[in-house]
Design a protein around this ligand. Structure first.
Ligand SMILES: [Cu+2]
Length: 78
């Protein structure tokens, strides 16, 4: 995350892949699936990094930062 946006906004991953996200802002962010609880990094402090595991089923998974609802993205699992 950088400048209150996800980069890229539509990352791709393999099913079950471990994904590391880096927060380059000073504010805390999260990567949280909007569809149920497919994945959630929890709060990642500014300058810190976090991980989550991609869902095991292929598909498109919208996600959001719970602190900043205008920060959105879509994880593409294939
Ligand atoms: Cu945020």
């Amino acid at each position: 995350m950088e400048n209150f946006a996800f980069r890229p906004a539509d990352p791709e991953a393999r099913p079950g892949q471990q994904i590391t996200v880096v927060n380059k802002d000073s504010a805390a962010h999260t990567v949280t699936a909007t569809d149920g609880d497919a994945f959630d990094t929890g709060s990642i402090s500014g300058g810190d990094s976090g991980t989550f595991t991609a869902p095991s089923e292929a598909g498109r998974y919208a996600f959001v930062c719970t602190f900043h609802p205008n920060m959105t993205g879509t994880l593409i699992v294939r």
